[in-house]
Design a protein around this ligand. Structure first.
Ligand SMILES: [Zn+2]
Length: 333
């Protein structure tokens, strides 16, 4: 048993309270490999932004849970080397699907876990979430729960349709489970294809898809029910068209990939939304960079030459999100 505090990590409690008061949101970036983690830590350290490192089921399968945890521990030390004296870094389990998995992460040094029982019937969601909360809180580990169902595919979590969170359920759910934050469904969705062309309108000038707006009325109603309670948005990549175009122009095939417009995320970050999950955008940045280098230098075979450029692309992306979308820069000491 290792407690996260021994690893120099922090939980989300204080971070979220400050973010709600300050009208900004904490970035939650998924990581699967060293270059991505370096980019996240560098962007956070240089902008002095608190940050949440997320480990999904897909990441655990790809990179190994043990290795990822030691990498997160290394991230704290790396951040210090970069001049960030007291790094505010959370290691978070993304979409935990069982008590056993959440427990294993708590026991292994994670500072925050998500139990996603949103696909279960309401009472079963409450029972499982409560069980995880009771265990995690013994070790001061914070717990994110979910109500409502997001559409889209995130690793192995997928659903064809979304069901908005019902605002009339949130008080009962938060009170009975004791969860520290709540992921809600207001129209965001996992992956790089957040909306079908049928759900969008098309910009007559560019031919690009314009997605439907998020359901801010649902968010407002949730905030009215639970004033000051930390709200989380999953599936909040913006799918930057510069990366999509770069990929498509260099032999890729991502037709009609579309995400959440950044001005909508800025609006959400200013509210009780205090954690915004971004994964697909860094995948797009990575892929765009690799395609660019390999098309310009077909003889290149040193992975450092294209993974290094991918790392630079991701670092720029993370800084942009922190400074221009979430507003979390300068919020850590
Ligand atoms: Zn998610």
């Amino acid at each position: 048993m290792v407690n996260f505090k021994e690893l120099g990590l922090v939980n989300t409690r204080e971070m979220f309270a400050k973010a709600i008061k300050g009208g900004y949101a904490i970035p939650a970036f998924n990581f699967n490999n060293m270059e991505q983690l370096q980019a996240i830590v560098k962007a956070s350290a240089e902008t002095k932004s608190p940050v949440i490192l997320q480990v999904s089921k897909g990441a655990r399968n790809y990179a190994n849970q043990t290795l990822l945890r030691y990498m997160a521990q290394g991230a704290v030390e790396y951040a210090k080397e970069l001049g960030w004296e007291k790094p505010e870094i959370v290691l978070h389990l993304d979409h935990g699907d069982s008590f056993e998995l959440c427990k294993s992460c708590v026991d292994f040094g994670f500072s925050s876990v998500m139990i996603d029982a949103s696909s279960l019937p309401y009472e079963e969601n409450i029972a499982l979430t409560k069980k995880v909360v009771e265990y995690a809180h013994q070790y001061d580990v914070t717990v994110e729960a979910e109500l409502g169902v997001l559409a889209g595919v995130e690793d192995e979590v997928s659903s064809a349709v979304s069901h908005y969170t019902k605002p009339e359920e949130v008080v009962d759910f938060a009170t009975r489970t004791g969860c520290d934050s709540l992921a809600i469904s207001i129209g965001t969705s996992h992956g790089a294809y957040k909306f079908t062309p049928e759900q969008c309108t098309r910009d007559p000038k560019t031919g690009k898809l314009v997605p439907p707006p998020l359901a801010f009325d649902v968010l407002d109603a949730v905030m009215e029910q639970l004033p000051g309670f930390p709200i989380v948005l999953h599936g909040s990549s913006s799918v930057p068209q510069e990366y999509v175009d770069m990929i498509n122009n260099l032999g890729g095939k991502l037709p009609d990939a579309v995400g959440i417009p950044e001005e909508q995320l800025r609006k959400a970050a200013a509210s009780a939304v205090c954690k915004i999950n971004i994964d697909s955008d860094s995948r797009l940045a990575f892929t765009a960079a690799v395609r660019k280098v390999l098309s310009e230098k077909p003889g290149e075979f040193d992975p450092r030459k294209y993974c290094g450029v991918a790392r630079d692309f991701m670092e720029d992306l993370y800084k942009h999100k922190i400074v221009n979308v979430l507003g979390s820069d300068g919020k850590a000491e």
